[in-house]
Write a new protein. Structure first.
Length: 278
C-alpha cells in the first residue's frame, strides 16, 4: 500500500462553497479518494489561476499557438524544410515536451508550496505530486488543440496512426509521472536538486529533436541513441507521423519506465518524512 501520513479513519476532501471559497470536509480514506482530491485541487488551481479572465485557461492555447507559429516558421527556414511539414511536427513535439518538462520542473517545488496542507492537515505528500501531474495534464488538454488544428488543415497524420500512437503516449505519461515523483522527492530533501533539474531539462530540450528533425544530424545519427528523450518521443511520434513503431525505442522506453517506477515506489515509501523536509 502507499504510505499514509494522516489518520487512518478520515481524509480531508475539498468542496467549493457558493462564494467560490475552498472548504474541506471529511470522507472515507483510500488511494481512490486521494486521486480524486488531487484532481479536484488541480482543477481548482487552473480555475483560480485564470479567475476574472475573459477567455480563462484558453490563454494557454493562445500562448502555445503564438509560440509554435513564430518558432515554426523560423526553424523551418533554418532547417530548410517545408513549413507545411514542419509546423505539425514541431507543434505536437513541443506540446508533449511541455507536458513532461512542466510537470517535472514544477514537482521540485510542489511539496514546499503545499507545506501547510502536509503539516497542518496531515495530507499525504504524494497527493500534491498527483495534483501537479493532473494540472499539467489539463494544460496539455488545452494545448493539444494547436497540433490538432494543424493536422486538420495541413495534414500529417490519420486517425488510425493516432490510435497506433496510444501505447507510446501511455508510456510517455507514465514516465512523466514517475519522473516527477522521483525528482520532486529529491528536490524537497536536497534543495540543490532544483536548479540542476531545470538546467538538465533546458539542455534536453535543445539536444532532442523537438525544434529540429533527426535527419538534420546526417552522418551523426548515432548520437541520438544515447539520448533517452529521443526514444520517449519516438515511441508515439513515429507511429503518429510515419505510421511505423520503432520497436528498439519502444523496448528502451519500457525499461526506462520500469527503472523510474521502481525509484518512484521507493520515493513514495520515504515521503512519510516529507513534513521534516519542508
Amino acid at each position: 500500500m502507499l504510505p499514509q501520513t494522516r489518520d487512518a479513519d478520515t481524509i480531508s476532501s475539498p468542496i467549493v462553497d457558493d462564494n467560490g471559497f475552498l472548504k474541506v470536509e471529511k470522507s472515507p480514506p483510500g488511494v481512490v479518494n486521494d486521486i480524486k482530491l488531487a484532481f479536484f485541487l488541480a482543477v481548482y488551481d487552473v480555475r483560480h489561476r485564470y479567475a476574472r479572465s475573459i477567455i480563462g485557461p484558453f490563454w494557454i492555447t493562445l500562448q502555445t499557438a503564438f509560440f509554435v507559429g513564430c518558432i515554426g516558421f523560423v526553424f523551418s527556414a533554418i532547417s530548410a524544410v517545408s513549413t507545411r511539414d514542419f509546423l505539425p511536427y514541431f507543434a505536437i513535439s513541443f506540446v508533449l515536451w511541455s507536458f513532461l518538462s512542466g510537470s517535472t520542473n514544477n514537482s521540485t517545488t510542489t511539496l514546499l508550496d503545499a507545506g501547510g496542507f502536509i503539516k497542518d492537515r496531515g495530507l499525504p505528500a504524494y497527493v500534491f505530486f498527483l495534483q501537479c501531474f493532473f494540472r499539467h495534464l489539463l494544460f496539455l488538454a488545452h494545448n493539444i488543440a494547436v497540433p490538432i488544428l494543424l493536422f486538420v488543415f495541413l495534414g500529417g497524420t490519420t486517425f488510425f496512426r493516432v490510435i497506433a500512437a496510444i501505447p507510446g503516449l501511455v508510456i510517455f505519461a507514465g514516465v512523466t509521472l514517475c519522473l516527477s515523483l522521483v525528482v520532486g522527492s529529491l528536490a524537497t530533501r536536497y534543495r540543490d536538486v532544483q536548479p540542476v533539474v531545470e538546467s538538465l531539462m533546458n539542455l534536453a530540450f535543445l539536444a532532442s529533436p523537438i525544434m529540429w528533425k533527426p535527419d538534420l544530424l546526417s552522418g551523426r545519427e548515432f548520437l541520438l541513441h544515447y539520448n533517452p528523450v529521443v526514444h520517449l518521443l519516438a515511441v508515439w511520434r513515429d507511429p503518429m507521423l510515419n505510421g511505423v513503431m520503432p520497436w528498439g525505442s519502444f523496448a528502451i522506453s519500457l525499461m526506462f519506465l520500469a527503472v523510474l517506477a521502481s525509484l518512484a515506489w521507493y520515493a513514495l515509501t520515504q515521503l512519510r518524512n516529507a513534513p521534516f523536509w519542508i
